[in-house]
Design a protein around this ligand. Structure first.
Ligand code: G4P
Length: 523
């Protein structure tokens, strides 16, 4: 079944991802009626944005992949936790997607977290679809927004719809392909599907009665500018990440989402072949294969199980299938697989390329592992992403040193956190490096509950990590000459320089212009 679209939403906290997810489910018929998202204060801290919805609505959707059907197409929406839950999992999830939807707050444009996530989208060369949200609030000038996208991301935006006013004066959007205007209606409470009034022609006299003349003039003018300056949409360029189709709307008011969803289905890509040690494996290969992109511990605190999430890359998965775990060479029986539907977690019988399935992990799997029914292959790895938080991890109880080391090694292998080591003989404790603070909390609690070791953290005064292109031959020359920076090695013994801040990085680059720094670990 290749009629599926697997995608992840990248956005900055508060841009409206939870709200949009809820509305997408509504279109998919996965939930009967999407209620307004409750105030932040009322939300309990949850481990995913979907868990928030779950807690609020009493439906079980906490998961890594959410599946819904729209017009015969199976949509797999991958969760990319934001807020305090931001972690390497967020990055890895994007590596398991085929398409990325960038959700921006119209008043804020591109924000920090979106840019970080875009780095991974760029690395994976995923087609990028942009939804500019909250147009019912005063927004930045749309042309300015597009300009920033192009200059910052290097992707040419192609407006599919165009907003008519914003904030209190938001009237709706003009669909440039269909040449139709969709009038905005504020939906009280953000509940039901908004009805969209269609008008077939910009010069339709009916319009004057519906939209203030001044905004109509503005619209005609802006559309003319767009016709002149905007590149025509080219699906090959979209698939090549050279163009990004852009829609405007308001998730909360359920406005503009249908325009987005329908074109997204047409323009986005289904599962593609994936690079492996044996070349590109096509999704319709007769052999099943997939890779582990996320391990989640303690989903159910009562069972303390661990779920390994696998992205199916090729063939058909069947329950109880025996597969080769290519890293260890062992054969593993894949029992109790679950697929995560909007309303429930279900045991499944089969799955196809593009699907995400979860297995209770008996400790066999690590991030990036490949499983297959075919010959031994390894899918290209999931890179380590630049951490921003660094702590020495200390074991105050020397009699627990063995467990301490075992715990750190296993949690590192599992991908819960990155581990760096000092080059100094005097410092034997490792440094934990993470992209989000939550990762430290998780390690601390798991070290205690799973390995019986109490740990202490001691922060390091660094904020930026960069790998060194060329490895040790280059890094060795930098020993003893760095300012506001220190060289460490990662678990694969590659040199990593930790910098005090971005200023220190810039300073370094000025001084050592010939040294290339990488913000993603070389594979
Ligand atoms: P996130 O998951 O990206 O963090 O965002 P979330 O959906 O939680 O939305 C963040 C806030 O933005 C919420 O307000 C939500 O209602 C609001 N929001 C989302 N989409 C729109 C939109 O199209 N227009 C407007 N005006 N607001 C939008 P909140 O104050 O945190 O909650 P609530 O009191 O509105 O429930």
């Amino acid at each position: 079944m290749l009629f599926c679209r697997t995608f992840a939403i990248i956005s900055h906290p508060d841009a409206g991802k939870t709200t949009l997810t809820e509305k997408l489910l509504l279109y998919g018929g996965a939930v009967q009626e999407a209620g307004a998202v409750k105030a932040k204060g009322e939300r309990r801290r949850a481990t995913s944005d979907w868990m928030k919805i779950e807690q609020e609505r009493g439906i079980s959707i906490s998961s890594t992949a959410l599946q819904f059907e729209y017009k015969g197409m199976q949509m797999n929406l991958l969760d990319t936790p934001g807020h305090e839950d931001f972690s390497e999992d967020t990055y890895r999830t994007i590596a398991a997607a085929d398409n990325a939807v960038m959700l921006l707050d119209g008043a804020k444009g591109l924000e920090a977290q979106t840019l970080k996530l875009f780095d991974v989208v760029k690395l994976r060369k995923l087609p990028l679809f942009t939804f500019i949200n909250k147009m019912d609030r005063p927004s930045l000038e749309p042309l300015e927004l597009l300009d920033t996208i192009e200059k910052t991301l290097g992707v040419v935006p192609c407006p599919m719809t165009w907003p008519i006013g914003s904030g209190d004066r938001f009237q709706g959007v003009y669909d440039r392909q269909k040449k139709k205007i969709y009038l905005f209606e504020r939906v009280s409470g953000g509940g039901k599907k908004a009805s969209e009034v269609q008008i077939d022609d910009l010069n339709d006299p009916k319009l004057s009665g519906l939209i203030p003349e001044e905004l109509l003039d503005n619209l005609r003018e802006e559309l003319e500018i767009l016709d002149e300056i905007a590149e025509p949409l080219d699906i090959n360029k979209v698939l090549d990440q050279k163009q990004s189709p852009v829609w405007f709307g308001s998730g909360y008011n359920n406005f503009g989402i249908q325009n987005f969803l329908e074109s997204f289905m047409e323009l986005s890509q289904g599962p593609r072949g994936r690079a492996s040690t044996d070349g590109v494996i096509p999704p319709d290969s007769s052999e099943f294969s997939g890779f582990v992109f996320k391990l989640q511990a303690n989903m159910d605190p009562k069972h303390r199980d661990r779920i390994a999430f696998v992205r199916v890359c090729s063939g058909k998965f069947e329950k109880d299938m025996q597969v080769l775990h290519t890293r260890t060479g062992k054969t593993v029986r894949l029992s109790a697989p679950s697929k995560l539907f909007a309303q429930r977690r279900e045991t499944i019988e089969s799955a196809y390329a593009g699907d995400i399935i979860g297995f209770v992990n008996p400790g066999a799997f690590a991030i990036g592992d490949t499983i297959t029914t075919g010959k031994k292959i390894q899918y290209e790895g999931i890179p380590s992403f630049s951490p921003e938080f660094f702590n020495w991890i200390r074991n105050p109880n020397p009699s627990k040193q063995k467990n301490f080391k075992k715990g750190i090694d296993q949690l590192r292998e599992e991908g819960a956190v990155q581990v760096l080591y000092s080059l100094s003989d005097f410092e034997i404790d490792p440094v934990l490096a993470a992209v989000g603070q939550l990762q430290f909390e998780v390690v601390e609690s798991r070290m205690l509950t799973e390995y019986g070791v109490e740990t202490r953290y001691e922060p390091l005064p660094f904020q930026v990590a960069r790998w060194v292109k060329g490895g040790w031959p280059v890094a060795d020359k930098l020993k003893g000459v760095l300012f506001n920076a220190q060289i460490f090695k990662d678990a694969q013994e590659r040199p990593v320089i930790l910098f005090k801040n971005q200023w220190a990085v810039d300073n370094f680059q000025e001084k050592f212009a010939d040294v290339e720094l990488l913000n993603v670990a070389p594979l």
